[in-house]
Design a protein around this ligand. Structure first.
Ligand SMILES: [Zn+2]
Length: 720
């Protein structure tokens, strides 16, 4: 082994996913699957290892998502925390703990961290002026300010970005800013913020990363660090004025709200989130009666952060500085992955070009012919295309080829063939090995089996999971080739001739030992498959311990084994085609939604009092307006804004879908009279045909009211 000294224990982390939405398989391949493979391998080697992760539940994006979904930040984090936890379980990601940063133990840990640094003068305080909403009595973080974009003149740009032209903005740049909370123009107020002066640590970082880890860290990781350090490190704000997050602790000895300058501030999410690894370890230790401290303080612990490339600077520069200042250990390695593309394009949640973990669970795992074998099938394909050194690409055809051509045709086929022949030719029992009659091919394969573990182990230690998996599959190919050369089924036709029966027994004996070895090697990658193989071999999972790897005596002679069962099913063409269609449809839908948003933005830009273009009477006369009475109102499934109304029109009843759900309660509408545009061409919305439109008027605060006759009127009456 290349490793000089074995660490006493391991602490492995996967990037905390942000609890504001679904996560896709690119995320899974970036930080979770590789970490899980590594941890499962360490466990098989009986190492002391703790694998921690959890939901990142702070930052402005959470309250903003809550506004979008019309709910509270708490219900957003609850919803996505549980969803993500279940998603990871479905893919057999074996965290020792999946915690969350809303856990009180985390708030406590993060505040202690801040206090520790503050008391040792490792933070700087800087005064600045920031926008303040006097009516709401709060400072305004970037997303809480709107104004005119200085770049394109768009009237509803946010304090951090203009959604129309895409420019990155600061709140100070907005023309005529207003608070989105009260609608009032904000005032400037003096505020103070705490900063982590990264520039003080440049020399150490350069030494540690660029010199110290130039050989064992990935080139893409050290490269990104070097360009950050070379550009000059800046002090980074640790606090911000916001009410969602970890509250800034009071000065030691002071009461919680003694200092008005400190209340109303929270720790910046980049500061509190990585501390989540420490608090998750504490929670794990608490649950299991262990001590968390050695995992973060003993230099003989090997700390490894698995992340995607967007997180490199936080885990290689900023968090290590924090850890070092607090006297904790720094990471031994940060295997940052590049990105995974999908069918020729970048995966993107906003453009809906993605495959969420939940989608795969719904379409493959939670199906009758699915289950854990499909979770393993995805784990297999993702591992073969891990973006370890450069961006990689997921295609549905690639998924099908990997499963059908490699998993089924090579790996599962070897296992299945061996079991079928063993039942047919050696009575369902492990046959004897005749050493004196072993030929060159037998000895060659035995040699290969004995040499396999060191090569696979080295690749796993070097975080080269793709290559390690290729070695395993290659081993099964060699088994197939060996069996093809030995042709036991031909020899079985004439068992009396020569040493035919002994040759058959030798062949199946070696193949069975190889099957047992394969179950050990495949276990970190495809844990469910390894278990199934153990069941068929009638051995306990303990056989999967790494110390058994390379042995050709794993299955005892005379031991009877189960009948073969298929390890994997094939992926059908129709399944692949369906997924590609679904993907393209999703993109279309998101484009349509984007257009709708753009139109709304355009409308919002048009001042309410400016009139539309002049028309002549004939234009107006084309519109057929009628009085109608609302008989029934109900919500439209999966559409927050839409209501389905049934409207009495005198001669007929009409179904009208109207985007007014957020302005009226259902009860308030029933029985009300309205004015209906009766000759509007029917239009399908969410699968329902809308046969007309009802008129509403917009009040200054944006609220809609119905426009109706001042006395009860016969439904169907014309409005002129
Ligand atoms: Zn703009």
């Amino acid at each position: 082994m290349s490793e000089l000294k074995e660490p006493k224990r391991y602490l492995v982390t996967s990037a905390l996913p942000y609890a504001n939405g679904q996560k896709h398989i690119g995320h899974l391949a970036g930080a979770y699957l590789p970490a899980d493979i590594y941890v499962r391998y360490l466990r098989a080697r009986k190492k002391d290892v703790v694998f921690v992760c959890g939901s990142d539940e702070h930052g402005t994006a959470i309250p903003i998502q809550a506004m979008k979904e019309g709910t509270t930040p708490q219900s957003i984090i609850d919803k996505y925390h549980h969803l993500l936890k279940e998603n990871f379980e479905a893919f057999s990601i074996s965290f020792d703990i999946y915690d969350r940063t809303s856990n009180p133990i985390h708030h406590e840990t993060a505040r202690e961290f801040f206090t520790y640094l503050e008391e040792r003068n490792e933070l700087e305080i800087k005064a600045s002026e920031q926008y303040f909403d006097e009516a709401a009595n709060t400072f305004l973080a970037d997303r809480y300010i709107k104004g005119t974009c200085p770049q394109c003149g768009f009237a509803n740009a946010f304090g951090d970005q203009c959604e129309k032209c895409g420019s990155t903005l600061s709140p100070e740049e907005l023309i005529d800013p207003v608070s989105t909370l009260s609608g009032n123009p904000p005032v400037k107020r003096a505020t103070r913020h705490w900063y982590l002066p990264l520039d003080r640590h440049e020399a150490w970082l350069r030494q540690w990363i660029i010199e110290g880890h130039k050989d064992d860290w990935k080139v893409n990781v050290t490269g990104q660090c070097k360009s950050w350090i070379d550009a000059g490190l800046q002090a980074r704000a640790v606090t911000r004025d916001l009410d969602w997050g970890v509250k800034l602790p009071p000065k030691t000895g002071e009461d919680e709200n003694a200092d008005p300058d400190r209340s109303g501030k929270v720790l910046y999410v980049w500061f509190d989130a990585p501390i989540g690894y420490i608090s998750a370890t504490k929670q794990w230790a608490l649950n299991h009666g262990k001590d968390w401290k050695p995992y973060w303080m003993d230099p003989e612990t090997k700390l490894v952060h698995f992340i995607g490339k967007d997180n490199i600077v936080f885990h290689c520069i900023i968090f290590p500085v924090m850890l070092k200042l607090h006297g904790y250990i720094v990471p031994e390695n940060v295997p940052g992955n590049e990105f995974m593309n999908l069918e020729g394009d970048k995966m993107s949640t906003s453009r809906n070009w993605k495959l969420d973990m939940q989608d795969f669970i719904d379409d493959f795992i939670n199906k009758e012919n699915g289950g854990p074998q499909m979770a393993d099938a995805l784990r297999y394909y993702l591992t073969t295309i891990l973006p370890e050194t450069k961006d990689s690409e997921f295609t549905w055809k690639g998924f099908q080829d990997a499963v059908n051509g490699e998993l089924v045709a090579a790996f599962a086929n070897f296992f299945n063939r061996t079991f079928v022949l063993m039942h047919k030719l050696t009575g369902g029992k492990v046959p004897k090995f005749h050493n004196d009659l072993a030929d060159e091919k037998d000895r060659e394969l035995i040699e290969i089996i004995k040499n396999a573990p060191s090569r696979i182990q080295q690749l796993l230690e070097e975080y080269k999971f793709r290559e390690a998996l290729f070695e395993v599959i290659d081993l099964s190919r060699r088994g197939n080739k060996y069996m093809q050369d030995k042709e036991p089924w031909i020899k079985a036709k004439d068992p009396e001739a020569g040493n035919n029966q002994s040759s058959i027994e030798n062949c199946l004996h070696i193949c069975l030992q190889l099957c047992a070895n394969l179950s050990i090697y495949i276990s970190p990658f495809l844990p469910n498959t390894a278990k199934k193989m153990c069941q068929m071999m009638k051995v306990v999972d303990k056989m999967l311990d790494w110390e058994n790897a390379g042995s050709v005596k794993l299955l005892s002679v005379g031991y009877s084994l189960r009948s073969p069962a298929l390890l994997f099913r094939k992926i059908e063409d129709a399944e692949v085609e369906m997924q590609v269609i679904k993907l393209k449809k999703g993109l279309e839908e998101s484009k349509m939604q984007q257009e709708e948003t753009n139109n709304k933005l355009k409308e919002a830009e048009t001042p309410a009092n400016s009139l539309k273009t002049e028309i002549v009477y004939d234009d107006f006369d084309k519109i057929d307006l009628r009085i109608g009475t609302i008989l029934h109102a109900e919500k439209v499934a999966k559409a927050d804004k839409l209501l389905k109304l049934e409207v009495e029109m005198g001669m007929e009843k009409r179904t009208i879908v109207s985007g007014i759900a957020q302005h009226f309660s259902l009860e308030a509408l029933v029985g009300k009279q309205v004015i209906v545009v009766a000759n509007l061409a029917p239009r399908k919305m969410r699968g329902i045909e809308s046969q007309g439109m009802i008129l509403t008027a917009e009040q200054p605060d944006g609220k809609l009211i119905l426009v109706n006759p001042d006395t009860l009127t016969q439904p169907g009456s014309q409005v002129k």
